[in-house]
Design a protein. Structure first.
Length: 288
């Protein structure tokens, strides 16, 4: 019996010592138990765009007591630049470059733009955010958008003119008739190619497009009266074939008294340029 008590005593002591040692271990191996007094968390491994970092804090009572915790990965901070403008038929693309590391790049698609009316297009243009203002948008228009527009209402020209801080290039494929004043006053246009299949450019169709520097016109297009007047820096006109008729003042130059006199010679194929335009002297378009 006494032996049994002794054995129990030894076992009890062993258990007590064992628990004490366990407690020590749980405290980080320190001999004296205490409530940790943690210092501030400090970053020991910086988080990157894709990998977590780590923070550590140290006990003020025993520097061997430390704790760590992960810091979430930062994620990329992309700054987006439009590289391919969307059109009405095809998606565009933006390239993102990470502000934390320029070697991190990606792309994202910009949904193709669809319009059913010229007014819709104007609304879309107006809604583009500021950092896209200097980007050329290619806009494809349907025949219905252009037929018979006049300058007396919200026509194509006026709608685009209202968005004159946006540079707009035009995809006119499929168009057969450009209505009168269709792009009258579209000061955002810098160039326009009239596609094959167009048979008529209405009067004043591109009048006052004063950033227009060049245009290409296929064979067989009747050019209406004043179609390109006041395009004051238009210095290159290419006729890809014979032009059956050119209306009065079709290429009238500056705001004074100069104009492009129509005659049969000027209706023949070739590229016509002028060098003194719109200087206040008799401007002559020369066939190259
Ligand atoms: Zn501690
Ligand atoms: Zn990144």
């Amino acid at each position: 019996m006494k032996n049994a008590i002794k054995v129990l005593g030894v076992i009890s002591m062993a258990l007590i010592i064992g628990f004490a040692m366990l407690a020590c271990d749980e405290d980080g191996g320190g001999d004296d138990k205490h409530t940790h007094q943690w210092g501030d968390w400090t970053q020991t491994t910086a988080a990157t765009c894709t990998e977590a970092g780590e923070e550590t804090r140290t006990c003020k009572l025993d520097a061997t007591h430390t704790e760590t915790r992960p810091v979430a990965a930062l994620g990329h901070d992309y700054e987006w630049v439009l590289t391919t403008p969307p059109t009405i038929v095809a998606a565009g693309e933006e390239k993102g470059t990470c502000s934390r590391d320029s070697s991190h790049t990606t792309t994202r698609a910009i949904t193709a733009v669809t319009f059913t009316t010229i007014t819709d297009m104007g609304t879309w243009l107006a809604a583009q955010d500021g950092n896209r203002i200097d980007t050329a948008y290619a806009v494809k228009l349907s025949v219905g958008d252009l037929g018979g527009n006049s300058s007396t209402d919200g026509s194509a020209g006026k709608t685009l003119k209202d968005n004159d801080t946006k540079y707009v290039s035009l995809d006119l494929s499929g168009i057969t008739d450009i209505g009168s004043s269709a792009f009258n006053g579209c000061i955002s246009l810098t160039g326009v190619t009239i596609p094959a299949g167009v048979t008529n450019i209405g009067g004043w169709a591109f009048s006052g497009c004063y950033r227009l520097t060049e245009t290409t016109i296929p064979a067989g297009v009747a050019i209406g009266m004043s179609a390109f007047n006041y395009c004051i820096i238009l210095t290159s006109v290419t006729f890809q074939g014979t032009i059956p008729s050119i209306g009065d003042n079709a290429f009238l130059g500056d705001l004074r008294d100069k104009f492009y006199a129509t005659d049969t010679t000027n209706g023949t194929p070739g590229t016509y340029t002028t060098t003194d335009y719109p200087v206040n002297s008799s401007s002559v378009w020369t066939k190259n």
